[in-house]
Design a protein around this ligand. Sequence first.
Ligand SMILES: NC(=O)c1ccc[n+]([C@@H]2O[C@H](COP(=O)([O-])OP(=O)(O)OC[C@H]3O[C@@H](n4cnc5c(N)ncnc54)[C@H](OP(=O)(O)O)[C@@H]3O)[C@@H](O)[C@H]2O)c1
Length: 473
Amino acid sequence: MKILLTGSTGYIGRRLKQLLLKDENLQIRLLVRNKNRFPPQTNKNIEIIEGDTLDKESLINALKDIDIAYYLVHSLNSKDYKNLDKQSAQNFIDACEINNVKRVIYLGGLGVKDENTSLHLLSRIETGEVLSSSKKVQTIWIRAGVIIGSGSTSFEIIRNLTEKLPIMTTPKWVFTKAQPIAVSDVLKYLIESISISESKNLIVDIGSEQLSYKDMMLKTAKVLGLKRVIIPLPFLSINLSSYWLNLFTPVPFTVAKALIEGLKSEVIIQNDNAKKYFPNIKPIDYECAVSKAIDEIQKNQVFSRWSDNAGTIWDKDHTKQIADAIFIDRKIADISNIDKDKVYKSFMGIGGENGWFNYDFLWEIRGVFDKLIGGYGLKRGRRHPQNLRIGESLDFWKVVDIKTNERLLLYAQMKVPGDAWLEFKIENNNLIQSAYFYPKGVFGRLYWYALVPIHYFVFNDMIKSIISKSKNL
Ligand SMILES: NC(=O)c1ccc[n+]([C@@H]2O[C@H](COP(=O)([O-])OP(=O)(O)OC[C@H]3O[C@@H](n4cnc5c(N)ncnc54)[C@H](OP(=O)(O)O)[C@@H]3O)[C@@H](O)[C@H]2O)c1
C-alpha cells in the first residue's frame, strides 16, 4: 500500500512517520517543502518528494499511485491562514480525485461552530469540510482537542505556567471543559485509520476524560510534585491573557492569542465514533499522559516539538540574502591543531540549556526584551543537548542549514528590524564565525550600530569559547 504523508516535518507528522516506517508493507512518500529537512534516506520504503499544498501541480505529482493520503498541514504561521488553509485543502482533495486516491486521513481540531469558535478552529473545521466534500474520495476526519505530549503546544503552555507560577491569576475560561488526549493515542487513531473497513466519510472525535483547564494545571502540578493556587479573575481580556502566556511560556503573542481565543469554547467529544470504529484503542488518562511527556523531556527523548515546522522561513532565499547583507561581523580562528569534528561538535552545542558560550546574561536580556515585545524569547530552548535538525527552533533562532563537519546557519526569529543570521563554518584550517544583518530602514541601521559594542565582546568571546570547548571534548 502506498501512503502519502504531508506535514512530516511538523509535530504530529514527524512522529507518525516513525510509526508508519515500522510497517514494512507500507511504501511511504513524504511531501515536504524542502528536501534538506531530512538526511538522505537509506530505507527503501521511504521516498521524499518536494511540493507545496498551495501548488496544485506539485500535489498532482506527489499523489500519483497513492492509496491513502494523510493531511497534517496548516498555515497558522501566516497572517492569512484561513484562506490559505482552505485553498490548500481544496488543492489537496482535487489532486486526490485526479489520482483516484481511496482515502484521506485528516487530523483536525475538536469543537463546534458557534459564535465563540476561534478563527483557528473555524479554519480547521473548514479544512475538514473541504476535504470531506468529494464524492470520489473517502475522508476520515479525526478531531482532537488538547494534545498532551512532550513538545506539544498545549502541554508546553500548561507545563511552563505550572512550573513557573506558584500562584496563577487566570481568565474565567480556565473552567471551560476539554477532553485532552495523549499524543501516543492520537497516533494510534491515525495509524488504525489506514485499515478500518468503513467506506463512507467519518468524523471521529477523540479524547480521554473531561477536564477543565484548571483541572489540567492542578493535575500537572501534582505529577510535577508542586503545589499550585489558581485564582480565576473575571476581567482578564484576551489580549492581556495572551500577553501573559507570551511572557511565561515559549509561545509568541500571535500563537498565544489564537489559543486563548479557543479557550472560550468547550472542546469535548460530539460523537461516539472513536469507540464504534476503534474499539481497541483505550486512551490513557491525563495524568499518565503528563507523566509520559515529562519522562521524555527528562530523558532528552523529545522527538518533535510544536516549533519544529519551518513555516515561512523557506520563503526566503537565505543564500542570496546573506550575500546581500549590509552588515557583517566576521571572526576567523585558526583550527589547524584541533580535530575539525570537535570544533563542529562544539558549535553544534550552542544555545538552549547549554548556553551561548559566554555572556549568557546578555542573551537572556535580549530574550526577555524579545518576549516583552511579543517574540519567542529564549524559552523554546533546544530539543536535544547535542543534535540539531534543519528547520527546528533553537531559542529565538531557526536552524536553516547544517552540513556535517562544515556548517551551521541560524536565522533570527527574534523581533529585529531586519533579517539576521549567525553562521559557523569550517573552511580549510579555519573556523569562520559570521553574523549577517540586512537592516530594514533607518531604524534597522541604528539597531546594528547600537549593538556594535556588545557584538564586539559577545562575538569575540564566542569564537574563542568554541575553540576552547572543542579542545576539551
Ligand atoms: N499539535 C497539536 O496540539 C494539535 C492538536 C489538535 C489538532 N492538531 C492538528 O494536527 C495537524 C498537524 O498539526 P501539527 O501540530 O503537527 O502541525 P505543525 O507542527 O505546525 O506542522 C505543520 C506541517 O505542515 C507543513 N506545511 C504547512 N504549510 C504547508 C504547505 N503549504 N505545503 C506543504 N506542507 C506545509 C509544515 O511544513 P514546514 O516544516 O515546511 O513548515 C509542517 O510539516 C493539524 O491539522 C492540526 O490542526 C494538532
